[in-house]
Design a protein around this ligand. Structure first.
Ligand code: HEC
Length: 229
């Protein structure tokens, strides 16, 4: 009996400490696993934010004047980062626009910044030729280096000279070949976007709209002649 007692006394603390050690190591493994998985979740959330899919369909476009005005054009962001888009548009020396950015000068054309790496050649910009009326927006053409406007001019070809540092945004002085449409005319088209309801024309807008229609007519006739040759 005394031997058994001694045995008990000797064995018990040993067994207990083994169990405590086992428990401690389980807790450590569990804690490490939890920390790791929490870390992974955090990392994947950051990665998700950076590579969130930019979904673009007809519902992505609406009344141009409800977008955020920057100088003579309008911007938006389909991922909600309007502040980032406005900051890029206002950067005095140019800056890359964040994913989700939408840029429009007139209701019928748009550039949308897709997710990083989507189209490196076009700086991840997708070009859109749109048709708008009182009921909404129809996407006529969309794509990357292969989209032409209604006069047969290639969007990417014209915007490419503004690649650096303006992220393909031409404005009036970023190196693109100028277009025969001034800001009085684009303003008049913005003020008569049929998706916004009644036009809110300023003085001189009727003449500007007439000029732009004539330029469109001549441009379309030229494109038609070219297509015959
Ligand atoms: C003939 C050359 C040319 C073609 C073709 C062209 N653009 Fe542009 N685009 C310009 C120029 C130049 C401006 C700047 C006009 C200004 O503000 O004075 C401009 C302005 C814009 C803007 C406003 C932001 C900016 O870059 O200043 C958007 C958006 C745009 N174009 C989209 C398109 C899309 C989409 C297409 C094709 C469907 C297209 N453009 C075709 C030359 C072109």
């Amino acid at each position: 009996m005394p031997n058994a007692d001694i045995n008990l006394k000797c064995r018990k603390p040993g067994a207990l400490s083994t169990r405590v050690h086992l428990l401690q190591s389980h807790v450590r493994v569990l804690a490490t696993a939890t920390a790791l998985s929490l870390g992974l979740v955090a990392v994947s959330q950051v990665a998700d934010a950076a590579s969130a899919m930019v979904k673009v369909d007809e519902s992505s476009f609406h009344c141009i004047r409800q977008m955020s005005p920057v100088r003579h054009f309008y911007v938006d962001n389909l991922l909600g980062n309007i502040a980032g888009t406005v900051a890029a548009a206002n950067a005095p020396k140019g800056a890359p626009y964040p994913p989700g950015s939408v840029v429009q000068l007139v209701p019928g054309e748009a550039m949308v910044k897709r997710e990083p790496g989507f189209s490196p050649a076009t700086g991840d910009w997708e070009f859109f030729e749109l048709e708008v009326n009182g009921t909404g927006t129809k996407i006529n053409k969309r794509g990357f280096a292969d989209v032409n406007n209604q006069f047969g001019g290639n969007c990417f070809g014209c915007h490419a000279p503004a690649r650096e540092p303006w992220d393909f945004i031409c404005e009036s002085d970023h190196g693109c070949e100028p277009i025969p449409i001034d800001h009085k005319m684009t303003g008049a088209v913005q003020r008569s976007d049929p998706r916004c309801g009644e036009p809110v024309l300023e003085s001189g807008d009727t003449l500007a709209l007439w000029k732009i229609r004539s330029i469109r007519f001549i441009g379309k006739t030229r494109a038609w002649f070219k297509s015959l040759l």
